[in-house]
Design a protein around this ligand. Structure first.
Ligand code: AMP
Ligand code: MG
Length: 317
């Protein structure tokens, strides 16, 4: 049983048993204790959207927004250290494959793109596989809805980031009635099965719902329309989606209630404050990597012999 989460408007149940196993043998750099964001941000077993406060800042160790850039930047060496170890460990074909998949979902302007640049920008891009899922192409539509998702699952040692995901097929597809309930209803179980298979084959899945309020969305959409360098981020269909806000919240509520499994948990990231959102996702990512505790691989050669060989070898003319 964990502490009650600060970002819920009312107290509610929160009974996920959770592995606190911060069992990494060592952290690649500094050891500043981080609050238990895994518990604080984990979606409760029963979610009511109205109970979630998008303005909250659970676990934030700073005083205010001014502290956030430094606090987030401070995580960079630890994060990139773990990421490099995960990559290195997986260069050895005889170790079991492992990787990490971060799923980002949220309404327009909730910060999916911002997280990719501000949080994942802290680690080596060679270890990242980023994919944004748009409206399906005719080819994608000719397959089952998980086909395009499977094609983007990160390879061993990689951190995958999905900007939108399989969940669009129970969100926009449901709200816009692109298929009937007899089709989308089955998808919750199909997604859970798919994710459980991925986890069984070595993927750690971290799903983040970026929770913003409609007034913050309005402000951010208007900012896009007030700035020629942001026009490209705006789509005329954003208004159509915004009008259906409450239907989307209902659909998100079902996603959080039906697909919040122990193996592939949902986290609710209060995202009205960009500075908190970035810090929270960076911390969540770091804690998951710490739990995975990737290891430097042992050499596949005798180090002393190779040192001697390098010293004794001269390039031939
Ligand atoms: P954006 O992420 O803002 O670039 O927009 C991508 C658009 O593609 C959003 O309006 C999504 O709702 C839409 N989209 C993503 N996946 C699907 C899907 N499976 N079916 C229909 N629309 C989708
Ligand atoms: Mg958009």
């Amino acid at each position: 049983m964990s502490a009650p989460s600060a970002h819920r408007r009312h107290s509610d149940d929160h009974d996920h048993g959770h592995d606190h196993g911060h069992g990494a043998p060592e952290s690649p750099s500094h050891a500043r204790p981080v609050p238990d964001v895994l518990d604080l941000l984990r979606a409760p077993s029963t979610v009511r959207m109205v109970d979630l406060d998008p303005d909250a800042t659970p676990g934030y160790p700073g005083k205010d927004k001014l502290d956030a850039p430094a606090l987030t930047a401070e995580l960079a060496p630890t994060l990139s250290g773990w990421q490099e170890k995960l990559y290195a460990e997986n260069t050895q074909p005889d170790t079991p494959a492992r990787n990490l998949l971060v799923v980002l979902q949220g309404m327009d302007t909730s910060g999916k793109g911002g997280i990719i640049s501000h949080v994942f920008g802290l680690v080596d891009p060679q270890g990242l596989h980023v994919h944004a899922f748009k409206e399906p192409t005719p080819e994608e539509l000719s397959h089952d809805f998980l086909w395009r998702i499977r094609n983007q699952v990160p390879g061993r040692g990689m951190i995958g980031i999905f900007d939108r995901s399989q969940y669009e097929d129970v969100l926009v597809v449901r709200v816009d009635e692109l298929v009937g309930p007899e089709v989308w209803e089955q998808r919750f179980d199909q997604i859970n099965d798919f994710e459980a298979d991925l986890v069984a084959s070595g993927t750690r899945i971290v799903k983040c719902f970026l929770n913003i309020s409609p007034d913050v969305q309005e402000r951010r959409l208007l900012e896009r329309l007030n700035n020629p360098s942001k026009y490209w981020k705006y789509s005329t269909s954003d208004v159509k989606t915004r009008r259906r806000w409450h239907d989307y919240m209902g659909a998100y509520e079902d996603v959080l209630n039906r697909c919040n499994t122990e193996v592939a948990p949902w986290y609710v990231i209060p995202s009205n404050h960009k500075w908190y959102r970035n810090w929270a996702v960076a911390t969540l990512l770091m804690e998951h990597l710490r739990q995975m505790a990737p290891q430097w691989p042992a050499p596949t050669f005798t180090v002393e012999d190779e040192i001697a060989a390098v010293k004794a070898s001269l390039p031939e003319c």
